[in-house]
Design a protein. Structure first.
Length: 277
């Protein structure tokens, strides 16, 4: 009887597994079983993380950051310039366009002059004589600009009457700058030759030009193209309008011959020497 009860119990033990896990875990790859291939996204993530930067990659990243920052600053600067132009008055825009057109024309004339000199040098039978001729002409032109040589030619005369004493040095300087921008080649103000390093200063009730006191009326003698000089002074918001707001009287007259004969002493530089010596 006991043998019959033991046999079913032994068979039941043999059929039950030796160990039954309480919770089924995530199946993993078994030895000999092929692994499931990774998707493209999984391979990308696995390749990028964790990041493994080399020294060269770090340098390239820093350079790209610097380039991007520079581009951002440049774009911001251009935006500020565009905003300033958009907020400008109509007369200011007209003035800017006129100045740009005048400068473009002067540069084009200078380019044509240089090309003509080159052609003359290339075609001349006596190139040494032609070179000396052009050198002498260049010296004369530089002397006019430096104020060491008298000059004459077409231009304008501008007279500023200031009975109220409201015209200051900075206003006269603005007039000089406007004339230069319009193509003035030689300027004389109340007998004082105006050159590149000329300075203006208020001196009591008068104005000092390079240390020389001058009084109203202020008389500008300017050599240049009258068709460019006179409109540059009379544009809206320009020199004439600004001086008239200060209760000054301004008259501008063009002439075929303006004489600028005040001379400046050529100053010898203390340290600079020609590199050809």
């Amino acid at each position: 009887m006991s043998e019959q009860n033991e046999q079913p119990e032994n068979r039941l033990r043999e059929e039950l597994p030796a160990e039954v896990p309480a919770v089924a875990s995530e199946p993993g790859p078994t030895p000999g079983q092929p692994q499931t291939p990774l998707t493209g996204r999984q391979r990308l993530v696995k390749g990028l993380w964790p990041p493994r930067l080399t020294r060269a990659q770090l340098i390239v990243a820093l350079l790209l950051f610097g380039l991007g920052f520079g581009l951002a600053v440049q774009v911001a600067s251009n935006s500020d310039s565009d905003s300033a132009l958009r907020g400008a008055r109509q007369e200011d825009l007209v003035r800017i366009l006129d100045e740009l057109d005048s400068r473009t024309q002067r540069l084009e004339d200078e380019k044509q002059g240089l090309e003509k000199q080159r052609q003359e040098l290339q075609s001349s039978s006596d190139q040494a004589a032609e070179a000396r001729k052009q050198t002498a002409e260049k010296e004369r032109q530089l002397g006019v600009l430096a104020g060491t040589v008298a000059a004459q030619g077409p231009g304008i005369t501008m007279t500023v009457e200031d009975t109220k004493g409201t015209v200051k040095a900075d206003m006269l300087l603005d007039a000089i700058q406007e004339l230069r921008a319009a193509g003035a080649e030689a300027i004389q103000l109340n007998g004082v030759r105006v050159v590149a390093n000329t300075y203006f200063a208020d001196s009591g009730d008068s104005v000092s030009v390079d240390g020389n006191k001058i009084n109203a009326p202020y008389r500008f003698q300017v050599i240049g193209k009258p068709q460019d000089l006179e409109p540059a002074l009379n544009i809206p918001g320009g020199v004439v309008q600004t001086l008239e707001k200060e209760q000054a009287t301004v008259s501008v007259q063009s002439a075929d011959k303006i004489v600028v004969d005040s001379l400046r002493q050529a100053k010898r530089p203390d340290y600079a020497r020609s590199s050809s010596q």
